[in-house]
Design a protein around this ligand. Structure first.
Ligand code: DNO
Length: 365
């Protein structure tokens, strides 16, 4: 397992590379060029500059996140070929600088979303991201986007680029006629084009789940449970077509058994990377808050999750995911330093115990 941390780049992150380097057990970064609009080419110069800084700090940069897929590709518009061409060149450019895994998602229009980015937890005063489906029902997509932008402490959130959201209404309209089958056909078209390039370049695409894990605002969604990911893996069968298994996104849907999903996709060698975090449902299946990583703080059994990773994909990349805001920290919602660093240490602790347990069990045999 390689423990990593998301970093948005100098000037775009409240956390520095040196701080990340000082977290015990940190091997590298899950990187991101946060100023890139979906569909835009990531140039060699930009990638070289980002990766160079990460290496200089003594960290690896083998995973890149949120190389966002242009809406025209998801919609299957004639202009998609131009955006796929740019995507392919981005893959080649990233591979040149040692990137091995590219995390992306295929959610129509809206990326992951919450109804509250900083809800105080009555028990301890920490601030958590929060989702309540009833509240979502009372908001229009435009209101939600405005509210999200206003509450993100001046930072942009991954997948919420202003350009993408500016013509929200028009794009939502284009999806009105689309069902899951059509979305999957467009997904296949995309994978058929990019996966052979990944095979050539030694890169794996890792699809991030829809978050929350069910369709919202009447938009089709295809990546929120085992069956959905089975279909995605079958669209283009290749070791380069993988899942970014995000425990929090999938865990939002109470029907998902996360350790079983890790075992399922891990034993097929289809886990490219893991986002590991916990969440707690608040009296309803469709209302949750993002908790601390600890098992006892949320609904997910983090020991079972790490054990499943140790069993089926022990060499994968893991990062602690969204953290709460604690100790007065301010920053990009979900992406402060303290709670994610605590999460990484906790996950590394579980990992050591699991590894030693496995080792001793072997010796006893
Ligand atoms: C949320 C993240 C996502 C993820 C993208 C991948 O905070 O987990 O931004 O990286 O959806 O495309």
């Amino acid at each position: 397992m390689k423990m990593t941390f998301r970093w948005y780049g100098a000037g775009s992150d409240s956390v520095t590379l040196q701080q990340i380097r000082q977290i015990p057990g940190m091997s590298g970064i899950m990187g991101f060029l946060d100023y890139k609009a979906a569909g835009e080419l990531w140039t060699e110069e930009e990638i070289a500059a980002y990766v160079g800084q990460v290496h200089q700090a003594g960290l690896e940069c083998e995973v890149i996140e949120s190389v966002n897929v242009h809406e025209d590709i998801k919609l299957g518009l004639p202009s998609r070929d131009r955006y796929i061409e740019a995507y392919i060149q981005t893959i080649r450019n990233l591979a040149k600088y040692g990137v091995k895994v590219i995390i992306y998602n295929f959610m129509p229009v809206l990326d992951w979303l919450r109804t509250d980015l900083a809800r105080p937890n009555p028990e301890d005063g920490s601030l958590s991201m929060y989702y309540d489906d009833r509240e979502l029902g009372s908001l229009t997509p435009e209101e939600l986007v405005r509210r999200t932008a206003e509450n993100s402490n001046g930072f942009s959130l991954p997948g919420w680029e202003p350009e993408r959201l500016a013509d929200l209404e028009r794009v939502m309209g284009l999806y009105r006629q689309m069902d899951e089958g059509k979305l999957l056909a467009n997904f296949r078209y995309f994978l058929d084009a990019v996966i052979p390039v990944c095979e050539e370049e030694g890169v794996r695409m890792a699809c991030h789940p829809d978050d929350p894990g069910w369709p919202i605002f009447g938009l089709p969604r295809v990546a929120y449970n085992q069956q959905g990911f089975d279909r995605i893996m079958a669209l283009h069968d290749s070791p380069a077509n993988t899942v970014c298994l995000c425990t929090g996104s999938l865990g939002s849907n109470v029907e998902n058994d996360i350790p079983a999903m890790i075992r399922h996709f891990g034993s097929m060698d289809r886990i490219g990377a893991m986002h590991v975090r916990n969440l707690k449902h608040m009296g309803s299946d469709r209302c949750f808050r993002e908790s601390a990583h600890l098992s006892s703080d949320g609904d997910l059994d983090m020991y079972e999750i790490m054990k499943a990773i140790a069993e089926v994909c022990p060499d994968t990349y893991v990062r602690p995911d969204h953290g709460r805001m604690i100790w007065g920290e301010t920053g990009r919602p979900g992406y402060g330093l303290y709670d994610r660093a605590l999460g990484a240490c906790y996950l590394n602790g579980l990992w050591e115990a699991i590894q030693k347990g496995q080792h001793r069990a072997k010796e006893d045999e």
